[in-house]
Design a protein around this ligand. Structure first.
Ligand SMILES: NC(=O)C1=CN([C@@H]2O[C@H](COP(=O)(O)OP(=O)(O)OC[C@H]3O[C@@H](n4cnc5c(N)ncnc54)[C@H](O)[C@@H]3O)[C@@H](O)[C@H]2O)C=CC1
Ligand SMILES: O=C(O)C(=O)CO
Length: 327
């Protein structure tokens, strides 16, 4: 049986090597732009699998048009762009890449937290413009993190690693809001589970690490920001859809909260004239949470292995929708 996979963006070589070693034909879309669903659907008729990197809408209409696919292999842990129920119904496996990217993404959240707390990105821009306002005793002042309270919404793999960094570096106290209890975090990090409102009211730093779901969509809106401390920093490395961007801008402009660090925005990319890009206490990055050489190699390897295992009729290395019914 012919085995072929379409890869939506250039991926680390390790993925291609795994596919070659297993006799799987592949095509890589090498242009530096994401193809639309409309462009991809006719192309995919000639393939048995797809490795997805990027914002492709793998919704019911897309899956129905590509119901011959054996697997949608996500090169990401997030799969909010995939209609999982439709994939299950259509018998299409869905794989993802959890765990291997937790450290790199936690590093990004930590970096954004520090950058926002010390206005670092803003001052970098000022330096480039030739504005060195240095040794001014009352200018460029930021916030310290030592002993402050970190509130994590969605304390899973990435949240845990961010908490380790904040506790290790600054002895921060950890509170969290989750659907269930994270016993490991309570035992090892002294985490205390609180309600969403308590977390907003008590935290000096609120970092969100849930998946984007109907329950978390725009969870951070005007009402949520209004419950936060005026010196609080909001960090989002999860998905831009979890905050309402207009409400975030207003909360920062009005001094409802102090600052923000964003690796994800709503929409992506953000408009070049978005006010967040010119705020002193805001640090924005272009969704680079997992973008290290080691991590992207590890993600690419899993994405390829999930395809290989599907063609071998084996259980996926990491499954969102298992291909077990094919065994
Ligand atoms: N910026 C980037 O490049 C990256 C972003 N991400 C995002 O981070 C998210 C989290 O990844 P992981 O930590 O690996 O996931 P995870 O599944 O280990 O952790 C998520 C946690 O959120 C909790 N949760 C889910 N819904 C909730 C709700 N409504 N209220 C409160 N808690 C809720 C879950 O119980 C879980 O403990 C991904 O879904 C993805 O969207 C992940 C990797 C890189
Ligand atoms: O894995 C994810 O969900 C990302 O956003 C990119 O690594």
């Amino acid at each position: 049986m012919r085995k072929s996979v379409y890869i939506t963006r250039t991926v680390p070589e390790i993925a291609l090597q795994h596919l070659k070693d297993n006799g799987i034909e592949y095509t890589v879309w090498t242009e530096r732009r994401h193809q639309s669903e409309e462009e991809l659907i006719p192309i995919l008729k000639d393939y048995d699998a797809i490795i997805v990197s990027g914002p492709l809408k793998v919704n019911r209409a897309f899956l129905e048009a590509c119901s011959h696919l054996r697997i949608v292999s996500m090169m990401s842990v997030g799969y909010d762009n995939v209609d999982v129920a439709a994939a299950k119904e259509l018998g299409i496996a869905v794989g993802n890449t959890p765990g291997v990217l937790s450290g790199a993404t936690a590093d990004t959240a930590f970096l954004l937290l520090l950058a926002a707390s010390r206005k670092a990105f803003h001052m970098h821009k000022e330096i480039i413009r030739g504005n060195w306002n240095f040794w001014d005793p009352t200018a460029n002042l930021g916030l310290e993190l030592k002993g402050k309270t970190l509130g994590i919404v969605g304390l899973g793999r990435i949240g845990f690693e961010l908490a380790q960094r904040c506790i290790g570096a600054y002895g921060m106290k950890l509170i969290y809001h989750n659907r269930g209890t994270n016993e490991e975090a309570e035992r090892e990090l002294g985490a205390v589970r609180v309600s969403f409102d308590e977390l907003l009211q008590q935290s000096d730093v609120v970092s969100v690490h849930t998946a984007l779901t109907p329950e978390t969509k725009e969870l951070f809106n005007k009402e949520a920001f209004s419950k936060m401390k005026p010196n609080a920093i909001f960090v989002n490395t999860a998905r831009g859809g979890i905050h309402n961007e207009a409400d975030l801008i207003a909360a920062l402009e009005n001094g409802t909260i102090w600052g923000a660090g964003l690796d994800v925005t709503n929409p992506e990319p953000m408009a070049a004239d978005n006010p967040l890009l010119n705020m002193h206490n805001v640090a924005v990055l272009p969704h680079i949470g997992s973008a290290t050489i080691d991590t992207r190699n590890a993600m690419a390897a899993i994405a390829a292995k999930n395809v290989i295992r599907t063609f071998e009729g084996k259980a996926l290395e990491h499954a969102v929708v298992e291909n077990i019914h094919r065994l």
